[in-house]
Design a protein around this ligand. Structure first.
Ligand SMILES: [Zn+2]
Length: 121
């Protein structure tokens, strides 16, 4: 998608340029390869499918350890599904921690114990 550069008047193919603040990348702008003039922000969709963005997204998900587990539990419930503490009638979710109603100790939502009793919906 070539455009006419408003800065130098040449027919140009905008090029992405990473904007840095010191060593930190703070954004991406389109620039004219002829004169270096600023041509605005790249379209959002293009930025979203960039491999680098997808990579860091995956890494973040892996760090949180949430996404994959949740999807797996929802799409492919296996024999043990439903025995997690978070599915137990004794499980109490407080704003900052999760506790078991049996002894009020902190529990792992993904944990399980012998006193599991299925929570009624
Ligand atoms: Zn130009």
């Amino acid at each position: 998608m070539s455009i006419i550069c408003p800065h130098c008047g040449e027919k140009t193919l905008p090029r992405e340029k990473t904007v840095r603040d010191g060593l930190t990348a703070v954004g991406v702008r389109l620039v004219c390869p002829f004169c270096g003039g600023d041509l605005g922000e790249p379209p959002k969709s293009e930025a979203a499918v960039k491999p680098v963005a997808a990579d860091s997204c995956d890494r973040l998900a892996a760090l949180l350890g949430e996404v994959e587990k949740t999807v797996k539990a929802d799409l492919a419930p296996d024999e043990d599904y439903g025995r997690f503490c978070r599915n137990c009638g004794n499980f109490l979710a407080h704003p900052f921690k999760c506790v078991c109603a049996r002894d009020h100790r902190e529990v792992d939502p993904m944990g399980e114990c012998e006193f599991f009793s299925k929570k009624e919906e």
